[in-house]
Design a protein around this ligand. Structure first.
Ligand code: PNS
Length: 168
């Protein structure tokens, strides 16, 4: 097994929307690889009706990572392993917050390995301050009028406000 001279990792997810926990994982990944492609998936494994359209999720990702040239944000449809092949990535990174995340991540990693045996999966833990954070909880708090400024970047907060204003 050889190691490519420049390692690209895919960081896939729904990012509905991107939280400071996701940002933390993507930036940490740059400590171990050369480039990160944040892949916002059109098709999520756990069937969920997204709150934000794919283009909006991508736009938020691009805004929060605009300061980091080694992070590129791209939308993808279809299989993650095909997306990884197209981008020449040898690694997929996912965040692990707690034991409760493990089973879902383990199943996906094993299935993906069946589909693409050369791809490696690495799991990073977020800063302890973000260990409880989830996009779903952030949305619920924001929808009910709570302050989420400690959990998401300003561009995301603006979009959350705008999104839930529409519902009121
Ligand atoms: O943030 P999420 O919703 O937990 O991310 C899940 C995601 C997007 C990583 C997963 O659903 C995925 O890889 N989707 C792409 C379609 C695919 O390859 N499915 C088979 C996974 S084994």
């Amino acid at each position: 097994m050889t190691r490519p001279s420049s390692v690209t990792a895919i960081y896939p997810g729904s990012f509905d929307p991107v939280t400071l926990g996701h940002e933390d994982i993507a930036r940490r990944t740059l400590r171990v690889v050369d480039r990160v492609v944040v892949g916002v998936a059109e098709t999520a494994t756990q069937a969920k009706q997204p709150t934000f359209e794919l283009e909006d999720r991508l736009a938020m990702l691009k805004e929060v990572f605009r300061d980091e040239p080694r992070i590129e944000c791209v939308a993808f449809s279809g299989l993650l392993v095909e997306f990884a092949r197209e981008r020449g990535a040898s690694v997929v990174v996912r965040g692990l917050r707690a034991v409760s995340d493990f089973e879902y991540e383990f199943q996906m990693a094993q299935m993906n390995r069946e589909l693409h045996p050369d791809l490696e999966f690495i799991f990073l833990t977020p800063d302890v301050q973000m260990a409880f954070l989830s996009a779903s909880l952030v949305k619920e708090v924001s929808r009910l009028g709570g302050n989420v400024s400690r959990f998401v970047s300003p561009p995301v907060m603006r979009r959350l406000h705008a999104r839930f204003e529409e519902e009121r």
